[in-house]
Write a protein that binds this ligand. Structure first.
Ligand SMILES: O=P(O)(O)OC[C@H]1O[C@H](OP(=O)(O)OP(=O)(O)O)[C@H](O)[C@@H]1O
Ligand SMILES: Nc1nc2[nH]cnc2c(=O)[nH]1
Length: 170
């Protein structure tokens, strides 16, 4: 089984820096503090790199949801942990590793909205071609085709998350 590189570590570093600058620009006239919501497990690496590139107060928050088995979505979102602090009046940015069918984000947004945040935006290091459910990824990293990707937090049956680049299995 060969792993091919799709996005190198250098490309990831450059993009994360660029996204951090765009996010800082977007919020700087609106607020001096945002909540960055890490969607575990896949977003851990992107999250940890991105927050260091945002030049304002960033409050950390984490949720864990999952729906994939192997390379396929089960279509059912399992919530393993959810936000405990109040998000009322906060500017929330959801940090994702990949938007694919959009099911995960649709679910997360629906429940976050009930907590009355001031705004909800999305940053995702990878976005696949299709954008169902009308989800608008305001801060997209790389737009890729129909690959099942691994590395930089992304797994195949829980393996390969610690690769420093994004690849696919040939
Ligand atoms: O747009 P979608 O089709 O919903 O896919 C995107 C979601 O799938 C992956 O999570 P996964 O369920 O594999 O859990 P994990 O992050 O713990 O690996 C990924 O981290 C996203 O959260
Ligand atoms: N690891 C991984 N998880 C996903 N979840 C949705 N799409 C993907 C993908 O391409 N790779």
């Amino acid at each position: 089984m060969a792993i091919k590189t799709l996005i190198s570590e250098e490309e990831l570093n450059l993009k994360v820096k660029e996204l951090g600058e765009k996010i800082t620009d977007h919020y700087k006239d609106k607020t001096d503090e945002i909540v960055a919501l890490c969607v575990l497990k896949g977003s851990i690496n992107f999250y940890s790199d991105l927050v260091k590139r945002i030049d304002m107060n960033v409050l950390y928050n984490f949720i864990q949801v999952s729906s994939y088995s192997g390379t396929n979505t089960t279509g059912r979102i399992k919530v393993k942990s959810w936000v405990e602090e109040s998000l009322e009046g906060k500017h929330v940015i959801i940090v994702e590793d990949v938007v694919d069918t959009g099911n995960t984000l649709k679910y997360i947004i629906k429940y976050l909205e009930r907590q009355n945040p001031a705004s909800i935006e999305i940053a995702s290091i990878v976005v696949k071609n299709v954008h169902p459910h009308g989800i608008n990824v305001k801060f997209p990293g790389f737009d890729i085709g129909d690959y099942f990707i691994i590395g930089y937090g992304l797994d195949y049956d829980e393996k390969y998350r610690n690769l420093p680049y994004i690849g696919y299995i040939e």
